[in-house]
Design a protein around this ligand. Structure first.
Ligand code: ASP
Length: 434
């Protein structure tokens, strides 16, 4: 029998060929087990040369955010014909906002039921005291950039979204202009952004090949740092959040899919890949290519999903909204030994819905927004206070909570997109329509 000579770069090639999702899941399990072992042996921090592997992963993800948002939103907004924008845009934004508000309410309900809290001695937190004094009205006004260059340089996501949408929508009008010169320059510009968007999708594909290593290290750090310490209280927070996520899927998404007569089984089958990708990457933006593929497979017209999904990845955060509800409850209960008043809860629903719009689709962004929500209910997180300690605890398990909330965020984008597409007859595939 003839022996094939071993191929050059065999292990590397085998690694590249192995299914990315399995690789990521293996990274997750290996990292968690290593973290538990380290915590049990009293090691809470990884050596810098290992820790940097996780940092590299998060930096790679951050690196692509702005070009990805600009590319996909400009292409998304300019691919929709001006007539469709009005119909699709308004509906999708309304459904995104309504589902996020349901998310906060479910989160607050979970908080009331589980009453999560911890007995804390005063803990210092680095994160405390650094939160800017931001009101809801500032958040709304700040959506409009005074300089697009500074918005890009400072990575002010909401401002970049605002400008990209306006720019994309203008291009969509220019592309159908009666003046041939305007049509030509608009198409040239469109092709430029289309190329940017396509290139970014490929860059993300490359980053995902590195993801298993980065994720293993990040998860290992989370488990090593937290160990068994305060595990009880944090476990209650985690259970309350994840139960909230599950209830939201069943009640809100299940209800919407049923209402719009979309076959739930087929939908779930296609939603599985983006769901798992979001769970492990903790980034709605990084999951965008898989969410778009799922929408395509479900038969959603590109005109709708190319617009609604990038928008959803940045402004629709139902999981983040649930997390805000549960965690706000935890913080108030831990620090003041009482639950939330009705007024505080109403304020949290408003703030957390807005906060979820302003939350970038990147790992950990929701935790920063939680600080904004607390500021909004006049309980600012200040250095050296018990509130700061409780907030630090939440930050400690943020990676775990972020996995679930990101998966839900992405699931929500896909659900709302399918429902709006179905409503406006942009859902082609007969197999998903009842
Ligand atoms: N990681 C979340 C996302 O990408 C945002 C958050 O931190 O809540 O959707």
């Amino acid at each position: 029998m003839e022996n094939n000579p071993p191929k050059k770069g065999g292990i590397f090639r085998a690694y590249l060929n192995f299914n990315v999702l399995y690789k990521i899941l293996i990274g997750l399990v290996v990292g968690a087990i290593a973290g538990v072992i380290l915590a049990a042996s009293g090691v809470t921090a990884l050596p810098p040369w290992i820790s940097v592997l996780g940092t590299i992963f998060t930096r790679l993800l951050k690196m692509i955010i702005i070009p990805m948002i600009v590319g996909s939103l400009v292409v998304g907004a300019s691919s929709v014909s001006p007539a469709t924008v009005g119909k699709v845009g308004i509906r999708i934004i309304l459904i995104y906002l309504a589902t996020s508000a349901c998310g906060v309410i479910i989160g607050l309900l979970m908080g009331n039921i589980f009453q999560p809290h911890a007995e804390l001695a005063t803990l210092a937190s680095d994160a405390a005291g650094k939160i800017a004094d931001t009101s809801v009205w500032d958040v709304i006004a700040n959506i409009i950039p005074t300089s697009i260059l500074s918005a890009l340089v400072n990575e002010t996501v909401l401002q970049v979204i605002f400008f990209s949408l306006i720019f994309g929508l203008t291009l969509s009008f220019m592309k159908v202009s009666e003046d041939e010169r305007i049509r030509t320059i608009a198409s040239t510009m469109y092709n430029w952004f289309d190329c940017l968007a396509e290139a970014m999708i490929r860059v993300v594909g490359g980053i995902m090949q590195y993801a298993p290593i980065g994720i293993a290290v990040l998860i290992c750090e989370v488990f090593a740092k937290n160990g068994a310490k305060v595990a009880g209280a944090l476990l209650v927070v985690t259970v309350a959040c994840f139960l909230g996520y599950a209830i939201h899927v069943v009640l809100v998404y299940g209800g919407l899919l049923k209402l719009y007569r979309i076959k739930i089984g087929t939908f779930f089958k296609e939603a599985r890949t983006p769901f798992i990708t979001a769970f492990v990457t903790r980034s709605s933006n990084a999951t965008l290519p898989t969410t778009m593929t799922a929408a395509e497979n479900l038969g959603v017209d590109k005109e709708v999903y190319a617009f609604s999904l990038p928008l959803g990845a940045t402004i629709n955060m139902d999981g983040t909204a649930i997390y805000q509800g549960v965690c706000a409850f935890f913080l108030v209960m831990t620090c003041f030994g009482r639950g939330l008043t009705f007024g505080e809860m109403a304020m949290i629903v408003l703030l957390a819905t807005l906060a979820s719009i302003g939350t970038a689709g990147v790992p950990g962004a929701g935790a920063i927004m939680l600080a904004m929500v607390m500021q909004g209910i006049k309980m600012p997180i200040e250095e050296g206070t018990v509130l700061a300690g409780a907030y630090a605890m939440i930050l400690g398990i943020d990676a775990i909570l972020d996995m679930g909330r990101t998966a839900l965020n992405v699931f929500g984008d896909l659900t709302c997109t399918c429902c709006v597409a179905k409503r406006l007859n942009y859902l082609k595939e007969d197999s998903v329509i009842k």
